[in-house]
Design a protein around this ligand. Structure first.
Ligand SMILES: CC(C)(COP(=O)(O)OP(=O)(O)OC[C@H]1O[C@@H](n2cnc3c(N)ncnc32)[C@H](O)[C@@H]1OP(=O)(O)O)[C@@H](O)C(=O)NCCC(=O)NCCS
Length: 204
């Protein structure tokens, strides 16, 4: 009989399972598998850079047999993370996905464009809430308290490291996530340039 579902630190080797989670929750919380020509693309933007550059802040929902079915991850200092990624992640990602790899008017093309053109974060936002996070759980482990437990765990790690606040962005179409963050005490900051709802939470 397998062990119960548990939360544990990320470990090297988790990447393929977590890439599957990223893909299957990538369409405003729903499955993006049918929307993308290259299933890896979404993870190159929103999962793998964190596992590479901030693995100590990544936690995994382990379904009991070592396989990851959810994750939370983030960056302690968004500005420093972006600087580190300019040498430590984006060159490799851009080599894997050159600008002309997908038609510009396709979803793949849009994500490739994002990968090549990283905008600067809102200066006021990152001054007051310098950390940021991402969380995704497969449907089979949603609605069981694990999302709250994963957020609590990461916020504790960020607080221990001295962060004064955290922010995150979510699609307004992801009504479940919007309600989840509100319920957990996050405040709405506004919209970012891509139209995502930005939530913030003070850690002091
Ligand atoms: C959004 C997500 C992280 C929430 O995690 P979860 O494990 O399903 O949520 P939990 O079971 O931990 O719920 C925690 C609390 O939020 C509440 N909550 C969750 N969804 C809610 C909703 N839609 N409306 C109101 N409250 C909600 C729960 O009732 C619970 O309250 P309690 O702890 O006071 O009893 C998870 O559903 C998920 O990964 N979804 C797909 C990917 C995604 O959308 N990621 C976020 C992208 S920004």
């Amino acid at each position: 009989m397998s062990e119960p579902v548990r939360i544990r630190p990320f470990r090297p080797g988790d990447e393929p399972a977590l890439m599957e989670v990223c893909l299957r929750t990538g369409d405003a919380g729903g499955d993006a598998s049918d929307l993308l020509e290259d299933p890896d693309l979404i993870s190159y933007l929103w999962l793998l850079p964190y596992l590479r550059l901030a693995p100590e802040l990544a936690s995994v929902v382990d379904r009991g047999d070592g396989i990851g079915v959810g994750y939370v991850l983030g960056a302690l200092d968004t500005v420093a993370f972006d600087v580190a990624a300019e040498t430590g992640w984006w060159p490799e990602a851009r080599a894997r996905f050159p600008l002309d790899v997908a038609p510009a008017d396709s979803l793949d093309g849009l994500l490739v464009h994002l990968l090549h053109h990283r905008g600067a974060p809102d200066a006021d936002l990152v001054t007051r809430y310098p950390s940021h996070l991402h969380i995704d759980l497969l449907p089979e482990v949603q609605g069981r308290g694990l999302g709250r437990a994963m957020i609590d765990r990461l916020l504790g790690q960020l607080t221990d490291r001295g962060s004064p606040g955290v922010h995150l962005g979510t699609s307004p179409a992801n009504t479940r996530a919007v309600a989840f963050y509100r319920h957990l005490g996050f405040d709405e900051w506004g919209r970012d340039s891509g139209g995502s709802v930005v939530f913030v939470r003070s850690l002091r």
